[in-house]
Design a protein around this ligand. Structure first.
Ligand code: IPM
Ligand code: MN
Length: 388
């Protein structure tokens, strides 16, 4: 029997515990059905509840504890809700969300992968019918850039106050994220071929009339204004693309990318962006593909198998509906499916279980398009489908 895969489950705040509960039910059904060597441990932290009791969101040795797991499944962090309770225990965003960034940094989860595919049954916000072809993967640099948290405030509280917020871009992190983007473009093209789907992209580098490509990587920067890292990203992109002659390339400035995500998002395949620009683009991409209720997210460390990767939906703690059993667990379940596929890189049974969960959630979405259902009801329907 394969070595046991261990997951640290951190439900967090607000709707986090509600959607995580459904993910665990589905995992339980999959574990029984496929005899998966999988186990999980729930952690009461990071969370507001823990902070209220202990004065910190998680224990000092939290990362040391989590390091021993193969993956972290996180619900949501932030305002615990409900919004209409004025006495609820609240923390500033920079405190409540800090554990997320600590995990990403502490485990060097240098890729944030956020797929945005408009699946049948998901809400279509764009009127254009071609929106049905939206199928992109936004890859966000997750280890540095605008999120290094370096800087400070000088002469705080005075009229002469100065705030500095540094951005750091290293060639090493640039190369690895761009190369990862090209690898994903290839892998996605191969997957499409298996499914009998094709797409066609052209390189916009002066050879417009030539070859059509199966896949594309679009690099996003703001190199017209932020030229130092913009130029370094561009040079790295030019260099690395030579290893991927089968993949079309493209570049967009981030403001134009926002415009084109709305005008013709179906023209994008893999998109590589910096930490902050990727953060913003992925909220937009989530809405283009059905909204936060269906948008998965993965924080991955592809280079060090000894470090856990972290899986969380793109959405937050949704304090407006917290505690009511109304949250849509679909994003959490898609995220869980991706976690199983990630954990199954060397275990075909685990990977197949991930695929099964993905297609069951997708089928449920299609069948129940637009229906108002409770968290439990959605989870239950999916569990029943899997159990057969
Ligand atoms: C996200 C969130 C986080 C981020 C916040 C909560 C720090 O917006 O995961 O996209 O900006 O990375
Ligand atoms: Mn975000």
């Amino acid at each position: 029997m394969a070595e046991t895969t261990r997951i640290a489950v951190t439900p967090g705040d607000g709707v986090g515990p509600e959607v995580v509960e459904e993910a665990l039910r589905c995992l339980e059904v999959l574990r029984t059905k496929h005899n998966l060597a999988l186990e999980w441990t729930r952690f009461p932290w990071p969370s507001h509840t823990w902070h209220q009791k202990h004065g910190e969101s998680m224990p000092d040795d939290a990362l040391d504890q989590l390091r021993h797991y193969d993956a972290i499944l996180l619900g949501a962090l932030g305002d615990p809700g409900p919004l209409d309770d004025p006495d609820r225990y609240l923390l500033s965003d920079s405190v409540s969300l800090a554990p997320l960034l600590e995990m990403r940094k502490g485990f060097d989860q240098w890729v944030c992968e956020r797929p945005a595919r408009l699946l049948p049954g998901a809400r279509q916000y764009l009127a254009d019918e071609r929106a049905k072809d939206i199928d992109m993967l936004v890859i966000r640099e997750n280890s540095e850039g605008e999120y290094v948290s370096q800087g400070g405030r000088l002469r705080k509280g005075t009229e002469d106050e100065v705030a500095t917020q540094m951005e750091v871009f290293t060639r090493r992190a640039t190369d690895r994220i761009i190369r990862y983007g090209f690898e994903q473009a290839r892998a996605r093209a191969a997957e499409r071929v298996k499914e009998g789907r094709t797409r066609s992209f052209r390189s916009l580098d002066g050879n417009r009339d030539t070859q059509a490509f199966e896949s594309q990587v679009c690099l996003v920067t703001k190199r017209n204004a932020l030229r130092y890292w913009g130029d370094m990203y561009t040079e790295a992109f030019e260099e690395i693309r030579k290893e991927y002659a089968d993949v079309a390339i493209h570049h967009e400035l981030v403001d134009a990318a926002c415009m084109k995500f709305v005008q013709n998002p179906w023209a994008f395949d893999v998109v590589v962006a910096s930490n902050l620009q990727g953060d913003i683009l992925t909220d937009l991409a989530a809405v283009l593909s059905g909204g936060m209720g269906v948008a998965p997210s993965c924080n991955l460390n592809p280079s060090d198998t000894g470090m856990p990767s972290m899986f969380e939906p793109t959405h937050g703690s949704a304090p407006d509906i917290a505690g009511q059993g109304l949250a849509d667990p679909t994003a959490m379940l898609f995220t869980t499916a991706r976690m199983l596929q990630w954990l199954g890189r060397k275990d075909p049974v685990m990977a197949a279980a991930g695929k099964e969960l993905y297609s069951t959630v997708a089928a449920d979405l299609k069948e129940n398009a637009g229906k108002q259902r409770r968290t439990r009801e959605i989870g239950e329907a999916i569990c029943q489908q899997i159990a057969g």
